[in-house]
Ligand binder design. Structure first.
Ligand code: HEM
Length: 516
């Protein structure tokens, strides 16, 4: 199974922190591998040595956190899996698809660094021998797959990820995409497919007079910039206090890689990947009104795992069944784009769970892990302990010392929250330890819980600054080109996820929701 989290963290200046070494299979030869840098993590704030809770306390907390979600938010549920897609873009290790032993050290460094440049969609591009298989024979369009007819629903080209290489059933099922983690569940897989369509449609807008190699590059630049614009103006303000996002993007970073040469290769702060951006785990629903067939909550999280090749077996076939094609109208609100004809009744619409300290209970028993390690909340807390992550209190002090304006949570706020997890299962000494040294992930979720489900304070700052740096350091970057404006949305300052989907699916209902 392709894991979407890292098993070990190589932190610059500290070396490898982790009990498990190895992680994903590598495609470089052993000698080259030994010289290559691992994925570059860094520490934004102080070390949390001697500030960690015991593993048994983490276990208790994890159990309490993953015992049921705290209620729905107003964020359309599609954004949960857009977040997962973004996480994979950020943490994608390109060397897995860059087979060449002759990659230059500078490229290798770039390949093992976070950036928001859609490498997880493009791999190393159509001219790279290991990535050519993701592309059509024209070397410009990305491949799409065909679903299998089922229950009277015809097979449809362009509604599954491409699959079918190899000789065994399992190999044939595997998605032919650069980052197999995007087939970890059906919602992220269909999100990846939407991005494939988006790229392909953009390619079609480039005049045929432009030579093919240039057409690809031009399309990729357009796609990447629109993607970054959408993240900055649509995704981020939905999950973070909008004031913090605009402050970081207009006045610059205060805490993370301040003053870095923009084109220097960025790093990934562990405070983001081990805590803040795991906010997405709290947005996951246990059940979805997935489409017309799997309605009334029958699109359970378990089934979304089953109907992927990363966590499941696509229900036994080699391709996705047509009955499982996404209905994007139920995942995003096209009313935002004035498309009332693409709005489903409120009772059919899926809203993400509120960002808070509660996770839905299927996340207490993740598939594919040994029994003692199946609780996602415990895994997150335990991972933080492993890397000696700074606590919430430490990060609040650190950020303030860097000139960030924020109000620290009070002890009663950390204890009581607002409709989130209670600490009643903890003994008095455990409570005292927890309130003094609150794990960063929990602290950030509590901040959000007290801010109507949007990150604030410590969490908002870590997320906004990490996104800013990852955009700045990307080869294509709207941060480095502040005069750029979107051209594929309704006007020159608007490009939202709904606009991306409308463009990708040609604005057509029969493509956004083919089952009706
Ligand atoms: C059904 C959906 C998801 C499942 C089953 C899932 C599961 C996991 C698991 C098992 C890990 C590794 C935990 C560990 O051992 O440390 C992980 C890591 C992580 N997850 Fe998720 N996750 C999901 C969705 C999301 C979403 C929606 C986001 C963000 C919006 C997210 C962000 C992260 C991040 C940032 C990491 C750490 C990545 C790294 O360090 O390389 N996940 N997730």
């Amino acid at each position: 199974m392709e894991r979407h989290g890292s098993e070990s963290y190589f932190v610059i200046g500290e070396g490898l922190l982790g009990e498990t070494v190895g992680g994903r299979a590598r495609t470089l030869g052993p000698a080259r591998e030994a010289q290559a840098p691992p994925f570059r993590f860094s520490r934004m704030g102080p070390s949390g040595a001697n500030r960690q809770l015991s593993e048994s306390l983490n276990e208790k907390l994890g159990k309490a956190m993953a015992s049921g979600g705290g209620g729905a938010s107003n964020v359309p549920a599609g954004f949960t899996y857009l977040g997962q897609f973004v996480d994979h873009d950020l943490t994608f290790d390109k060397t897995d698809v860059m087979l060449g032993e002759n990659v230059s050290p500078a490229d290798l460094l770039q390949a093992r660094s976070p950036s928001l440049d859609l490498d997880s969609l493009y791999g190393a591009g159509p001219n790279d021998p290991a990535s050519a298989r993701f592309y059509e024979s024209d070397g410009m369009h990305l491949k799409m797959g065909r679903t299998l007819a089922s229950d009277g629903n015809a097979a449809r080209q362009g509604f599954d990820l491409p699959r079918g290489e190899g000789s065994t059933q399992k190999a044939k099922r595997r998605a032919i995409i650069p980052d197999p983690r995007n087939d970890e569940n059906l919602a992220v897989a269909q999100t990846h497919l939407a991005f494939i369509r988006f790229h392909n449609r953009v390619v079609d807008t480039i005049p045929a007079s432009v030579p093919p190699a240039l057409r690809f590059q031009r399309a990729r630049r357009i796609v990447t910039r629109h993607y970054q614009w959408m993240l900055r103006t649509d995704y981020l303000p939905r999950i973070c206090a909008p004031g913090v996002v605009s402050n970081v993007f207009t006045s610059g970073r205060k805490a993370f890689e301040v003053g870095a040469t923009p084109t220097d290769v960025p790093t990934m702060p562990i405070e983001f990947s081990v805590a803040a951006f795991r906010l997405g785990h709290s947005m996951i629903r246990a059940a979805y009104n997935w489409n017309k067939i799997f309605d009334f909550g029958f699109g359970t999280l378990d089934l979304l795992f089953t109907f992927s090749a990363g966590s499941g077996d696509l229900g036994g076939g080699q391709r996705l069944l047509s009955t499982w094609i996404a209905d994007f109208r139920r995942l995003y609100d096209f009313g935002e784009a004035g498309r009332a004809d693409l709005v489903v009744p409120a009772s059919k619409f899926n809203r993400a769970m509120r960002i808070d300290t509660k996770l839905v209970d299927p996340l207490a028993t993740l598939p594919g892990f040994p029994a003692a390690e199946r609780n996602l909340a415990f895994r997150n807390l335990s991972r933080a302990r492993m890397v000696r992550l700074a606590t919430g209190q430490q990060m609040a002090t650190f950020l303030k010392s860097k000139g960030v304006t924020l109000t620290k949570l009070t002890t009663p706020q950390i204890r009581n929250g607002n409709g989130g997890v209670t600490l009643e299962e903890l003994t008095e000494p455990q409570k005292a330890a927890f309130l003094k040294d609150t794990p960063l992930w929990f602290y950030i979720l509590r901040e959000a819980e007290l801010n109507a489900g949007r990150l604030k304070g410590v969490g908002a700052r870590i997320v906004a600054e990490t996104f800013h740096r990852a955009m700045e350091g990307s080869q294509t970057s709207i941060v480095r080109d502040p005069t750029w404006r979107p051209t594929l949305g309704p006007d020159s300052s608007t490009f939202r996820m709904v606009d991306l989907l409308l463009f990708a699916f040609e604005g057509k209902k029969n493509l956004l929701a083919p089952l009706g």
